[in-house]
Design a protein around this ligand. Structure first.
Ligand code: KG4
Ligand code: ZN
Length: 407
């Protein structure tokens, strides 16, 4: 643990305080990212090297390829983030890195590099939970816009390719900076983004599937196919299973999700409606023409497929909304934050916002750039930890199954 903490509170020419500079590093999945953020509220740079096209050939992230690509990208991405921020390594106050959850080999690339950097520069190292990062992406942008702080407790829906979680978040007692989280809902099988990716793949669309379905859904009839979500049994603590990283499950209701059923229902629809042939034709067209993107894909699907896509999205968004508002009501949340890759979805944004307005419940989303994985959110989430001198030990390792808060 390092104690050589020094925050320089001089004012720069802009009148803003100088110092509080944190370099964030993120490599938990398929983006190598680095960013410099000042005092958790001002992103001076935010560089993301995406491996999307590499994994697109496989329709999903290939862990071994991801680690190799992170190794190739980590040094140039960090250098670029420092250069764009106009900051020297000596001016940094701390280095923050994603500790988990994520792919072990991918996480280790960022962690090893961050540890070496922190050791070489003699600056503190801060370990950040990726899920906490997604929540802080929204809080950072709200701070950047100089908005009033979000009212607490806030309910965070973190919804991406790897996660679908609901967290109740508030400040730790007696601290205006440190946060505590309680998990009040999670997926029992696939994440929502995973369902988007799998359904898109099944329908012969590109990877990742979210942006394709998002772009095509408005062209179909969302009520053409009725998809239903069954009730999910409330989780009970499993006897005899202990996990050092997972605190004991808490009392109270849980608002869990399940997305594997709808994926199977789409598959069944494809088979009973004999869509295989047109799907194969679409896959061949896309493979042969790299200029087709979600934005110009209108002609790619017949009306029946567009209706199926619209109905799938309508059902998924409806389910996310139902559980989110039910949890908000049950726990008396005073605001809602939505983050993660699926937070980029236009129907989700529109319908959540409308329902939030109806209920008088403020809802905040990140900008599109900060919806998906990035390192500005890691540096922002590290700021309260920096103030609390909550530094990582030199022995920091990757925790692929890391949980956030009380379960
Ligand atoms: O947060 P993220 O970049 O990585 C993970 O931590 O998983 O999220 C990626 C996920 C993918 O499943 C992708 O299909 C989904 O976010 N996604 C979307 C949209 N843009 C990305 N899902 C629905 N609509 C979108 N516009
Ligand atoms: Zn993520």
């Amino acid at each position: 643990m390092r104690e050589n903490l020094h925050i320089d509170h001089r004012s720069g020419s802009s009148g803003k305080p100088v110092g509080g500079l944190i370099l964030g590093i993120e490599s938990s999945c398929d983006e190598t990212a680095a960013a410099v953020v000042r005092a958790g509220g001002e992103a001076l740079s935010n560089v993301v090297a995406s491996q999307m096209s590499l994994h697109a050939n496989y329709g999903g992230v290939v862990p071994e390829l991801a680690s190799r690509e992170h190794l190739r990208n980590i040094v140039p991405v960090v250098r670029e983030a420092m250069a764009r921020a106009g900051v020297s390594f000596a001016e940094l106050d701390a280095v923050a890195v994603t500790e988990g959850p994520g792919l072990a080999g991918a996480l280790l690339v960022g962690i090893t590099y961050a540890k070496a950097l922190s050791f070489g520069l003699d600056k503190p190292l801060i370990a950040v939970n990726h899920l906490e990062g997604h929540i802080h992406a929204v809080l950072m942008e709200a701070r950047q816009r100089a908005e009033a702080p979000m009212e607490l407790p806030l309910l965070a829906l973190v919804v991406s390719g790897g996660h679908t979680h609901l967290y109740l978040a508030t400040h730790q007692q007696g601290s205006a900076e440190s946060w505590t989280y309680r998990n009040v809902g999670r997926t029992v099988d696939d994440a929502a983004g995973e369902a988007y990716d799998k359904v898109a793949k099944l329908l012969g669309l590109g990877y990742p599937g979210g942006p394709w379905i998002d772009a095509l859904a408005p062209l179909g009839n969302p009520r053409a196919v009725q998809f239903t979500f069954g009730q999910i049994k409330t989780r009970a603590p499993r006897e005899g299973i202990t996990n050092k990283k997972a605190p004991a499950p808490s009392e109270g209701p849980h608002f869990d999700f399940s997305f594997s059923g709808i994926k199977t229902a789409v598959l069944r629809y494809v088979e009973t409606h004999h869509l295989r042939e047109s799907i194969e034709a679409r896959r061949a067209v896309l493979a042969a023409d790299a200029t087709i993107t979600p934005k110009n894909a209108q002609g790619l699907c017949d009306q029946q497929t567009l209706d199926l896509i619209a109905s799938f999205q309508y059902a998924v968004v409806g389910n996310l909304m139902r559980q989110t508002f039910a949890a908000a009501e049950a726990f008396g949340a005073r605001s809602i934050v939505v983050s993660g890759g699926v937070a980029a979805n236009s129907e989700l944004r529109r319908r959540l916002q409308a329902e939030g307005d109806r209920r008088g419940l403020p809802i905040a989303f990140p900008s599109l750039a900060l919806s998906t994985d990035n390192a500005a959110m890691i540096a922002a989430a590290a700021w309260p930890k920096f103030l609390a001198r909550n530094f990582a030990p030199d022995s920091l390792g990757a925790t692929p199954q890391l949980r956030l808060g009380q379960q």
